[in-house]
Design a protein around this ligand. Structure first.
Ligand SMILES: NC(=O)c1ccc[n+]([C@@H]2O[C@H](COP(=O)([O-])OP(=O)(O)OC[C@H]3O[C@@H](n4cnc5c(N)ncnc54)[C@H](OP(=O)(O)O)[C@@H]3O)[C@@H](O)[C@H]2O)c1
Length: 213
């Protein structure tokens, strides 16, 4: 670069700027367009709105044949890097054999001390929901899956800490049980994003949560 050696300092600065600044601009644009991390509930309910029988029984759900693609759960799993559970859902998942390995961050919300047999990869937290979600949203990463159950979903919803719901409605009435969201007077409008109908009669609804009225 014989001509480069003879460049004056201002010319050299222009040369560097012309080559370096565009990549800064690209980096800045990438930061600007990065979507914020979302908190998404992905859950199955009976057609009458329950996530489990009153005693936690899930046979109406777990004894169904698993269809190919399992209602898009694989693609969803690739979109998240954190699972958040209420303590009772954690207990139920452990009884069903869930291992909670460290590939995905697992956070269990509880107001009590963690059980002694909890895997080391599982974090128990007593943080207020708004603090927990603010920290999740501020750290870089993928979306978070709020797995349930109805009590922790209610706590998150009332803290305006849920962005979307993906609800797989199972074609069965079970008559009584744990509701999708613990009961309380609410008025939270939803925007329907999509519906998908599966061959076994399951309908999957995707909603964006709007601000409460
Ligand atoms: N159908 C489905 O797809 C599906 C999905 C998930 C779960 N389930 C079922 O749902 C049932 C459990 O639901 P659930 O509503 O009874 O319980 P849950 O929401 O799983 O857990 C409730 C517990 O979470 C903790 N918690 C709740 N709000 C909190 C807050 N604001 N701050 C800190 N901790 C908080 C408390 O734990 P502590 O008592 O330890 O303080 C509370 O007792 C299980 O039977 C499970 O199998 C079904």
């Amino acid at each position: 670069m014989a001509s480069g050696v003879s460049q004056s300092v201002p010319q050299l600065a222009e040369w560097i700027e012309a080559r370096v600044q565009p990549s800064y601009r690209v980096a800045e644009e990438r930061v600007i367009v990065t979507p914020p991390r979302k908190v998404i509930v992905h859950i199955a309910t009976s057609a009458d709105g329950y996530i489990a029988r009153p005693d936690g029984d899930l046979d109406w759900l777990t004894t169904r044949p698993a269809p190919a693609g399992f209602y898009g759960i694989d693609a969803f799993m690739r979109s998240i890097d954190t699972k958040v559970l209420g303590r009772k859902t954690y207990d139920a998942s452990r009884r069903l054999g869930a291992k909670f390995d460290s590939k995905t961050r697992t956070i269990v919300c509880s107001r009590h001390s963690p059980p002694k047999d909890a895997p080391p990869s599982v974090e128990f937290t007593v943080q207020p929901i708004d603090v927990l979600v603010q920290r999740l949203r501020q750290s870089p990463g993928k979306d978070s899956w709020l797995m349930g159950g109805g009590d922790i979903i209610a706590s998150f919803l009332d803290a305006q800490a849920i962005d979307e719901f993906i609800i797989s409605v199972i074609p069965v009435f079970i008559g009584d049980g744990i509701p999708l969201i613990a009961r309380r007077h609410r008025h939270v409008p939803l925007s329907l994003q999509s519906t998908e109908k599966f061959a076994d009669g399951v309908v999957q609804l995707r909603y964006v949560v709007n601000s409460p009225v």
